[in-house]
Design a protein around this ligand. Structure first.
Ligand code: GLY
Length: 377
């Protein structure tokens, strides 16, 4: 255990050193993936779901080192996020990912009034996506992943569990319970409709938006309908863990634990997750990002678990750290640390995904006792 903690501290130092260098190299405020080792910027103007992760990394680096260069960059990104709010029809449920890690973190770390107002604005947009009949938060707008002409009014996805802390935060901040009530209603629906008996999760559930009945379970980013997309399992573990943190509702903790148990049962000894636990053996596609997301959730769960559960969780945490380390590039050949992510099973290739580095940094900081960027400690 002592050796493991020491190894993790050395791991963190190496990640820090690499990101210290990368911070001066990366010009985009919203990098996503690398080409020949260099981060390219997503098309200007649009605020993609992942555009908050570089800002989140900067906040973690600042919390770790107190070096003003990270504060300056994180502030610039937080201010840039305000432009996204002016064009809100392009935003979807991922305002949680986008604004928690930039604007809300800014408010919690520096006390900025502007950032607080922007955070509440983003939370209001998220609350406005709630469907009363199905008691779910609508995920996407009309154009994502599937048939772009097909209406997405009934779509909810497991990833949304990660957006709920924006609502929990907004209720705490304003004293208005509506945000929390919507978050809990969505979490209850997700628990009932997404989580399967064996502890795995669907990626997408499609509801009839008029009467709330369930009509379909498309494959989404996973291998097939009914399969277990690993990053989605990670979102479920971490998302339900955070829902428990804010509400202390036991069923959220138990759900996160059940998904974590199933995740670890299906993990290969390498500690590197496949893209989908139900994918064919060949090609051996992997998704390093799924591992570090699940890792963050398990670190949370271990804090609240019984002694017996703590034991297997700790073994899982060590395995996932080992798998993450095996995918790290600490050289200057790439501006990113974690390699070998994959966006979805059908399409794309092994590549850098900015959120891999964010959750790796978050996991290492959590092992030092931090919880979330967007929560005062
Ligand atoms: N939330 C989108 C993804 O995990 O790819």
């Amino acid at each position: 255990m002592e050796n493991q903690r020491q190894w993790e501290e050395e791991f963190l130092s190496k990640v820090y050193e690499k990101l210290f260098w990368a911070t001066d190299e990366v010009s985009s405020l919203k990098p996503y993936t690398t080409k020949d080792g260099i981060y390219n910027a997503p098309p200007a103007g649009k605020y993609h779901w992942f555009c908050g992760f570089w800002g989140g990394i900067q906040w973690w680096l600042y919390k770790f080192s107190k070096d003003e260069k990270f504060l300056k960059k994180a502030k610039a990104i937080s201010e840039d996020m305000d432009y996204g709010l002016t064009d809100f029809v392009q935003l979807d449920h991922d305002v949680g990912f986008q604004y928690l890690l930039t604007t809300v973190a800014d408010y919690e770390i520096t006390g900025s009034d502007r950032a607080m107002v922007s955070g509440i604005h983003a939370a209001t947009l998220l609350a406005g996506r709630f469907n009363l009949a199905g008691r779910y938060i609508r995920a996407w707008n009309e154009t994502k992943y599937l048939n772009p002409t097909e209406s997405k009014t009934g779509y909810a996805i497991i990833d949304c569990m990660m957006n709920l802390p924006l609502l929990f935060w907004a209720s705490e901040e304003t004293g208005d319970p509506r945000f929390r009530q919507i978050a809990e209603a969505h979490a209850d629906t997700a628990l009932r409709e997404f989580i399967r008996e064996d502890g795995s999760s669907h990626h997408i559930v499609v509801f009839n938006p008029e009467d709330g009945s369930v009509v379909d379970f498309p494959a989404g980013q996973g291998y097939a309908s009914g399969s277990s997309w690993t990053r989605g399992q990670g979102w479920a573990i971490y998302g339900f863990a955070m829902a428990y943190f804010y509400t202390k509702k036991k069923e959220y903790f138990e759900t996160a634990l059940k998904v974590a148990k199933n995740f670890l049962k299906r993990m290969p000894e390498t500690g590197i997750p496949p893209v989908d636990f139900d994918q064919p053996e060949e090609p051996a596609e992997m998704d390093s990002s799924a591992g570090v997301i699940a890792l963050c959730g398990m670190i949370d769960l271990k804090k609240w678990a019984s002694e017996e559960d703590q034991q297997w969780l700790e073994e899982g945490i060590c395995l996932l750290f080992k798998g993450a380390y095996a995918n790290c590039d600490f050289t200057k050949d790439s501006q990113a640390v974690l390699q070998n992510g994959k966006e979805l099973y059908h399409g794309g290739c092994q590549k850098v995904l900015i959120y891999g580095d964010f959750y790796l940094m978050e996991a290492l900081m959590k092992r030092r006792g931090c919880d979330y960027l967007f929560h005062k400690q």
